[in-house]
Design a protein. Sequence first.
Length: 144
Amino acid sequence: MGSPLRSLTLPSPSTPVPIHSFRSRAAFKLIQLNRQFGFLDNARSVLDLCAAPGGWLQVAAKALPAGSTIVGVDLDKIRSIGGVKTLVGDITTPATAAALKRAGGGVAYDAVLHDGAPNVGGAWASEAYSQVRARAKKKMDGKK
Ligand SMILES: C[S@@+](CC[C@H](N)C(=O)[O-])C[C@H]1O[C@@H](n2cnc3c(N)ncnc32)[C@H](O)[C@@H]1O
């Protein structure tokens, strides 16, 4: 039997209304990636870093069999999804790393997903500018 994800149809770009109720467009990226690489097909435990609002978690919940371990973490609270454990935490901290190990039962996850991106809210232009400036400075400093 193939993965349940293989039978999910993607809406064409001209479809005005999404046919699935995923929380984010990112969900479709994960479906496509999994279609190509199949990393969720045999997974029984998945960790999703930077997972809010939860589109990838919804896809994982559809792809993995019942009883699988699916854990998502984000700085923002993730609305509950059946069969998924969610945590609020900063993935750069040891406290979050420890909480994620505990949530996974102390064993390695079969697949780790990561879609982290800064929350830039309404200040996108100024955030983008300061990030580009910081990277340029780092590059310049490296050349000294
Ligand atoms: C593009 S969104 C993820 C979308 C998600 N894959 C989905 O399918 O709904 C990026 C997320 O990264 C989170 N993020 C950024 N830095 C983080 C950090 N240090 N720790 C935890 N989450 C972080 C943001 O809060 C944001 O929700």
